[in-house]
Design a protein around this ligand. Structure first.
Ligand SMILES: [Mg+2]
Length: 410
């Protein structure tokens, strides 16, 4: 029996913080798991280092399901983002090891490919319409066949989803909301101003780019169910692929009201951790897409179960995949997405060159489609020398206040 011999927590910051778990077996096989929880990275690192690593060593490295249950049920205090990101990292690393031992990419262990590749969407944004058009064109030139569109709101400053002009001087339109510093920055919000402005932006984008291009939008948890229903209805003429996080959704029943008001396809779940967060949303068919990340939802093992459950209700995947998911977590999403029948779309922002020097990937992006590659395991290797050259430094997601100063959902 091959057992877990070494469990290491690797923290690096090649432009943003990543936490990676590396498990080494008694046979010398290594597996990687992503444990990055944006803005709370060290809590997961401690959970893994102080409470998971000591109880993993000596266990059978091939027992993925049993180890998952051991960590989930064994903690007694279950669920939550820190616990579930920790379990996810162990789960990914064990799938990586199983693939390497078998000589197969993980998607083959999950049943094999059911499509040629995964339709990806990128993040277009801008303060004004000309910048939004430029950003969409830049994404189309990079090969994207679907784009999320976020806009500034007249009268408000920096808002969620809009890339700061010329940020990092890269000339690209990627959006990185976590800002380095000892405290979160503060943004200002006005839901009515946003709801008045947004339909005019989608009218302009549809006018410029025509009816075919799949367009997505993220409401980022800021509306009530009535507001979300109204906005969904106002956007229906522009045929969105989805409206994401239209409400905070902890109140799952609230989505019944949204469904009464609009036929707008809905995507929810990037801040969820388990199938229990989706129970009402799935069984009452209140959403169309599951937004979870493999990294935050207990790994491949648990997200596969959520997706199989969702498949009974014609609900598809739309896994979270911006750059706060490490290349290891992204690779795990691609293996899972390639193997499940109810794949919908995959969020994809290319990581920075510095990040890709730490994480050597084998996934590809061609003609708008992502593919995890055929390297055994997850297909990502960690470069220790590059990783240790970038030290952790605190960075936080912003917080959000209404115009009168009241804290609101960011
Ligand atoms: Mg989102």
């Amino acid at each position: 029996m091959s057992t877990i011999e070494d469990v290491e927590v690797l923290i690096t910051n090649p432009g943003r913080n990543f936490v990676t778990l590396r498990i080494t077996t008694s046979d010398g096989v290594t597996g990687l798991g992503d444990a990055t929880l944006n803005g709370r990275e060290l809590a997961v690192a401690s959970y893994l280092r102080d409470h998971v690593a000591p109880i993993l060593t000596g266990r059978d490295s091939s027992s993925i399901e049993d180890t998952w249950q051991y960590l989930y049920r064994g903690a007694y205090w279950r669920r939550g983002p820190v616990t579930m990101a920790s379990i996810a990292a162990v789960d990914m690393a064990l799938w990586d090891i199983k693939g390497k031992v078998a000589g197969l990419p993980v998607y083959q262990l999950l049943g094999g490919a059911v499509r040629r590749g995964l339709l990806a969407y990128g993040h277009a944004s801008g303060a004004e319409t000309p910048q939004i058009f430029d950003s969409i064109r830049a994404h189309l030139e990079e090969g994207y066949r679907a784009v999320r569109v976020q806009t500034a709101v007249p009268g408000l400053g920096q808002v969620y989803g809009v890339a700061a002009a010329g940020a990092s001087g890269s000339g690209r339109y990627d959006y990185e909301p976590a800002r380095p510093g000892a405290r979160p920055t503060e943004e200002q919000w006005d839901t009515r101003a946003y709801m008045r402005h947004l339909p005019s932006v989608f009218e302009a984008v549809r006018g410029e780019f025509g009816p075919d291009l799949p367009l997505l939008h993220d409401g980022h948890h800021r509306m009530t169910p009535n507001q979300a229903g109204r906005l969904g209805r106002d956007l229906e003429p522009y045929d969105l692929f989805w409206l994401e996080d239209c409400t905070p959704a902890e109140n799952q029943q609230g989505l019944r009201r949204v469904r009464e008001l609009t036929t707008q396809p809905l995507a929810i779940g990037e801040i969820f951790n388990t199938v229990w967060d989706y129970q009402t949303l799935i069984t009452e068919q209140l959403i169309d897409y599951v937004r979870s990340a493999v990294t935050h939802t207990g790994g491949i093992t648990h997200l596969k179960k959520i997706m199989d459950f969702a498949s009974l209700y014609q609900i598809k995947s739309g896994f979270h995949g911006p750059t706060d998911i490490s290349p290891v977590g992204q690779a795990a999403a691609l293996h899972l997405g390639l193997a499940i029948h109810n794949f919908g779309i995959q969020e994809y922002m290319r990581h920075t060159d510095d990040t890709l020097e730490v994480f050597h990937t084998s996934y590809s992006f061609e003609d708008g489609l992502l593919h995890p590659g055929d390297t055994p395991g997850l297909g990502v290797e960690y470069d220790d020398a590059a990783g240790t050259s970038h030290e952790y430094s605190p960075a936080y997601l912003p917080v959000n206040r209404l115009v009168d100063g009241t804290m609101h959902d960011w």
